[in-house]
Write a protein that binds this ligand. Structure first.
Ligand code: NAP
Length: 358
């Protein structure tokens, strides 16, 4: 992996990614804006380093690389300058973003990226590899489907960088896709019970990037995404509607700020090794009312992110992916997630979801 640059490599997730790349025998170049931190990391890993921020001439830093893997988030602040530099230097771009506005901006660069012979592949982490692969596989099972619902259930243990990114995203509210268009809605505007394999769990809508990526991967033009929450958190939301979003914003903000304040640096080694998550999906043909649904079980989201990001970088370096905007499933196929360690898929033929409680 000599011509891979990992930017933001000394953050919590970047460190996992860099370590994983080296443990597979690669020699990525690690990079970021803090010369001391990146130098320390390079010495520990036995690799080269580069120090630069994203305010200056980023393109001149990329000319020697085939692929950049951006781990510096919030990506609302870092994706644009790195992508711009990639397009100027025919470099392929990967990131581990989860913010839907970033995906939508990159999707709109599809033609420029194709012209520049660069692949733009955001979201090669837990967001959105399992959900994108699941959406693609369900859509193959029911090609006439015109509605897609995706949902995530997992432990709430997250890094400070994720807390900072979620705080940023709070300002955008919620989003769904209806008849092909992205529609801004209040966050948590709808709730339902979803069976992630161990009986029904309470879930609320969340602004996940699948509203952009699954549309690109499947062509399904109505998409909603949910996250499982403890029942007491949001039972009242459907009744309060728009005001529910206002009412819940403050507690969510408090939890995220607490995550930043207590210097939680992300899951520890034991959690990374033992924790699991589940992604559920269902497609529906509204004409016939036929559905297909399934689950993907994964390891801890940060562990999966390190595995998925490095595997995606290896495949891009092998040069088998078309230029332009891609999602994990369009780049590597719907089975990509099953090539990652500790993942499995359960195809659920009967509809196991409970009725909407909107
Ligand atoms: N897709 C997924 O499933 C997934 C999984 C894990 C993480 N993530 C996302 O990845 C991002 C990083 O998470 P983390 O846990 O690694 O956070 P972190 O520990 O806070 O690390 C963030 C890294 O980004 C760098 N950075 C931030 N803003 C920058 C800027 N404007 N210019 C240059 N460098 C900048 C930081 O450098 P400095 O220290 O110099 O500021 C640091 O190296 C977050 O957005 C998180 O939500 C996504």
């Amino acid at each position: 992996m000599d011509s891979l640059l990992i930017y933001g490599s000394y953050g919590y997730t970047g460190s996992l990614v860099a370590r994983e790349a080296v443990s597979r025998g690669g020699s990525p170049v690690v990079a970021g804006r803090d010369g001391w931190a990146v130098g320390q990391q390079a010495e520990e890993l036995g690799v080269e380093s580069r120090t630069f921020d994203l305010d200056g001439d980023v393109a001149s830093q990329l000319t020697e690389f085939d692929v950049v893997l951006n781990c510096a988030g919030p990506f609302s602040q870092t994706a644009d300058p790195v992508v711009e530099a990639c397009l100027a230097t025919e470099t392929d771009y990967l990131d581990i973003a989860g913010e839907f506005p970033v995906f939508e901006r990159l999707r709109q660069r599809d033609a420029s990226a194709t012209e520049a012979n660069s692949t733009l592949l955001p979201g090669v982490g837990f967001d959105v590899v399992p959900s994108d692969c699941l959406a693609a596989s369900l859509s193959q099972q029911l090609p006439t489907a015109d509605e897609l619902t995706l949902a995530i259930s997992g432990s709430p243990s997250f890094s400070r960088g994720t807390a900072r990114t979620l705080l940023d995203l709070l300002d955008t509210g919620g989003v769904v896709r209806r008849n092909g268009r992205l529609l801004n809605v209040p966050a948590s505007f709808r709730s339902r019970e979803i069976d992630f394999g161990d009986g029904p769990e309470h879930a609320v809508t969340a602004p996940l990037a699948d509203v952009v990526t699954a549309f690109h991967s499947t062509g399904i033009d109505s998409i909603e995404a949910y996250v499982a929450v403890p029942p007491e958190t949001n039972r009242a939301l459907p009744l309060t509607g728009v005001f529910g979003w206002l009412a819940t914003r403050r507690p969510i903000e408090r939890v995220l700020k607490w995550g930043l304040d207590v210097a939680v640096d992300g899951p520890d080694e034991t959690t990374l090794a033992t924790d699991t998550a589940v992604v559920w999906g269902e497609v529906r043909d509204s004409e016939t009312d036929r559905t297909a649904s399934g689950l993907i079980r994964t390891p801890n989201p940060y562990a999966l992110t390190a595995d998925a990001a490095v595997t995606a970088a290896e495949r891009l370096l092998a040069g088998t992916v078309d230029a332009g905007f891609q999602t994990p499933a369009t780049a590597f196929g719907s089975e990509f997630v099953l090539d990652l360690s500790g993942t499995s898929r359960v195809d659920v033929t009967a509809d196991r979801s409970m009725p909407d409680t909107e």
